[in-house]
Design a protein around this ligand. Sequence first.
Ligand code: K1U
Ligand code: ZN
Length: 171
Amino acid sequence: MAIRPILVAPDARLKQKSKPVEGAVTDEHRRLMDDMLETMYDAPGIGLAAIQIGEPLRIIVMDLAGKDEPKAPRYFVNPEIVWKSDEVKPYEEGCLSVPDIYDDVERPAHVKLRYMNYNGETVEEDAHDLYAVCIQHEMDHLEGVLFIDHLSRLKRETALRKLKKARALEA
Ligand code: K1U
Ligand code: ZN
């Protein structure tokens, strides 16, 4: 397992659409998921899409366990949202690829998902609360969409200016 660098906006790779995993989930995909999980725990974060470490594949990892709870990693290969509620809820989101920016995003409060897990088994599941927020945020990454793309143009441009300034100060 390895901790990999996380891409930061406005890196153009974050805007690309990720490709489905074709066929079965292989050991190579599992090695990628292991690296993603280690990278996410190290950051730290609660979710990560493969494109955030530069791999344009439809793979997500997540762990929503609290600080004092045992680890509860989840793995999603080729996730699909098969139903979303009309009810929407705001949540103050963050993103490891948009560091130090947080803002409210409204999304469907409840979704039904289909995906393949770490072992390549197909799973169908309901997601509510933070699980619903996080899976929709991560699935946006698979489409090249960042949470700041859901904000007003003014807020998005302010966020991008802040990121570019932070990068210039680091250089
Ligand atoms: O970059 C990402 O996609 C991960 C992102 C996931 C997310 C957070 C909040 C709402 C929607 C999606 C993060 O993990 S940001 C960091 C974070 O939320 C966190 C970090 C440490 C402890 C608890 C939360
Ligand atoms: Zn994100």
